[in-house]
Design a protein. Structure first.
Ligand code: PGA
Length: 252
């Protein structure tokens, strides 16, 4: 029995003051929802601003990215230790990082190892582009991203990794995947790959989220699928009522 997991990826939205405002709207309604692991991922500049607000609320805090090195001459980067000071979670390898900032399966793997070392719960994103989808290469691409991105992790550490399947063509487009299609990729591609890497028992314990144009209106289509354990929500996580409704829909 996997605990449902819903994370809000705020991307490059909300100043610290705006973040505090959104968190104050979410706090009561989200704290009341039991049985779902809930995480907010605001920009770096807002993490400190909201961390004390979330204390004792049962709502987790996550970063959207981090570097893998401990410290040093990496202008503009934030280290795993810095993230760990404020957060319990970190998103790794989001498709926007891969597309715009040159992240690869190799850098995803370095970040994943750094996150596990610092006891952060990693949310590792995978997913095919529109071109890859249209040419029937979804399985091949996702399999490669999982195999290389999650390489060399000890099975004992793997259970806490959360995987987010986010087809790039569905992100921010309003064209979500169907529940059935996502369930197929989760159950026929991702979980079998996790099983080969970490063994069947561990693979069955790992959460696999869907992401890409999830809204309050379509969330339950995903959550009723047996292989979909929650969602990574972008645009809809910026609206309190919408995000709360998605989290409620995830209750088993
Ligand atoms: P979206 O983004 O919900 O706005 O499509 C999802 C994501 O990029 O994580």
């Amino acid at each position: 029995m996997r605990t449902p997991f819903v994370a809000g990826n705020w991307k490059m939205n909300k100043t610290a003051a705006e973040a505090r405002e959104l968190v104050s709207q979410l706090l009561g309604p989200l704290t009341d929802v039991a049985g779902v692991e809930k995480v907010l991922c605001p920009p770096f500049t807002s993490l400190f601003a909201v961390t004390s607000m979330l204390e004792g609320s049962g709502i987790g805090l996550g970063a959207q990215n981090m570097h893998w090195e401990e410290k040093g001459a990496f202008t503009g980067e934030v280290s795993p230790g810095m993230v760990k000071e404020l957060c319990g979670y970190v998103i790794i390898g989001h498709s926007e990082r891969r597309t715009y900032f040159g992240e690869t399966d190799a850098t995803v793997n370095k970040k994943l190892h750094a996150a596990l070392k610092h006891d952060l719960t990693p949310i590792v994103c995978v997913g095919e582009t529109l071109e890859e989808y249209e040419s029937g290469r979804t399985s091949e691409v996702v399999l490669r991203q999982i195999t290389l991105g999650l390489a060399d992790v000890a099975p004992a550490n793997a259970a806490r990794i959360v995987v987010a399947y986010e087809p790039v063509w569905a992100i921010g487009t309003g064209k979500a995947s169907s529940g059935e299609n996502a369930n197929f990729v989760h159950g026929q591609v991702i979980r079998p790959a996790l099983s080969r890497l970490f063994g069947e028992e561990t693979a069955q314990a790992m959460r696999i989220l869907y992401g890409g144009s999830v809204t309050a209106a379509n969330a339950s289509e995903f959550f009723q699928q047996p292989e979909i354990d929650g969602a990574l929500v972008g645009g809809a996580s910026l609206k309190a009522g919408e995000f709360v409704a998605i989290v409620r829909a995830a209750v088993k």
